[in-house]
Write a protein that binds this ligand. Structure first.
Ligand code: FAQ
Length: 318
């Protein structure tokens, strides 16, 4: 059989598996572009989890009570764990952790635009949990069915933790709106600042999305950017109403025929500017990551030395 025919047979078998909803596993044959696209998405997802610790980490020393502080601390630790599951999933595709970190720190790899917005008040801890984790869950629930086995299994575990994150955020908002007039105003201000950037987390419109068509065909993505964003808009409208806050989108209107809310347009210029590196906090986020990474070098070196010693002892004993 010629090698060309051989490759097309492999591709056919790969597509058959995808169509049959079977998972692709690390040792299975896969098209190079599928592998590269997965590395791109999973590693950027991992970077988002890790960089996403920064806006909340800022508030650990300013939490209003010991209880809130303990909850926030454990939520941030969960995000670190999510990053690690995702880096591990990406590593099964033949990229190293060092290569991924290098791509993040050099600005070559992206992370979610939302984390380039500053967290200014305690209410932002509420809005981040409620809206940012909320948008992340809408996306990640759908990614539980992604075609790549390690990514899919990682998503199932992550979603369980993420739903607790969203509830803790909404609980902060509920407490604030039932507090003083100043506290309610803080909640409103935070909603106003985080609502539109949360919608941007779903990426550009489908018609503008470079990767969607292929990612949908390969079932890396199971729902499109616009469909997921619509789900989030629909579920958030009643949550805003329950809080007794004003909706930041003045054009939001229920469309009986579609069975969905119609909404105002996102400021796409802002979106593109933030993902190009010009958001409020892009530079600060990367500088902080580089500093923490350098300061943690001794931990990685100690681990490598310990592992080498263990291996050597094992070899001696054998
Ligand atoms: N920000 O062709 P598409 C979290 C880029 S986890 C930055 O539509 P795709 C947990 C995109 O990468 C949040 N860049 O791309 C947490 C691509 O650039 P490239 C993260 C964006 O991949 C909560 C280009 O634009 N979640 O928050 C954004 O098909 C609280 C063209 O776009 C995930 O990553 C954006 N918003 O669809 C942690 C979920 N949107 O790579 C701490 C997994 C688009 O060609 C605290 N990822 N871009 O240079 C996905 O579902 C997809 O990758 C999308 C984008 C939907 C994000």
């Amino acid at each position: 059989m010629s090698s060309e025919k051989n490759i097309s047979l492999q591709e056919q078998q790969f597509m058959d598996k995808i169509k049959a909803e079977e998972k692709i596993e690390p040792k299975d044959w896969m098209p190079e572009k599928y592998r590269k696209n997965l590395i791109r998405q999973i590693s950027q997802h991992a970077h988002s989890e890790v960089i996403g610790m920064q806006p909340e980490g800022n508030f650990l020393t300013r939490a209003p009570s010991l209880r809130r502080k303990a909850i926030l601390l454990s939520k941030i630790q969960d995000e670190a764990g999510h990053g690690l599951y995702l880096y591990s999933a990406a590593e099964t595709l033949g990229i190293t952790r060092e290569e991924m970190i290098e791509a993040l720190q050099s600005g070559q790899a992206k992370y979610a635009s939302i984390f380039n917005y500053p967290a200014l008040t305690w209410a932002d801890m509420g809005a981040i949990g409620w809206l940012v984790d909320g948008a992340a869950i809408v996306n990640q629930v759908s990614l539980q069915r992604t075609s790549y086995g390690p990514y899919s299994r990682g998503m199932i575990r992550i979603c369980k933790e993420e739903s607790f994150h969203q509830r803790q955020g909404y609980d902060i908002m509920l407490t604030l709106v039932n507090g003083s007039a100043e506290q309610k105003a803080m909640a409103q201000d935070s909603l106003n600042r985080f609502y539109w950037p949360a919608l941007m987390m779903f990426g550009p419109h489908d018609s503008e999305s470079a990767h969607s068509a292929k990612s949908m065909e390969w079932k890396i993505k199971r729902e499109t950017n616009d469909d997921l964003r619509q789900k989030f808009i629909d579920q958030t409208a009643s949550q805003i109403e329950f809080l007794g806050l004003e909706h930041p989108d003045k054009d939001l209107k229920w469309n009986e025929e579609r069975g969905h809310y119609d909404s105002g347009e996102i400021d796409w210029e802002e979106f593109h500017s933030v993902i190009a590196g010009n958001g409020h906090c892009n530079r600060q986020r990367l500088e902080h990551h580089i500093k923490a990474h350098e300061e943690g070098a001794w931990v990685r070196e100690a681990l490598a030395a310990y592992n080498a010693k263990k291996q050597a002892n094992k070899a001696k004993a054998a």
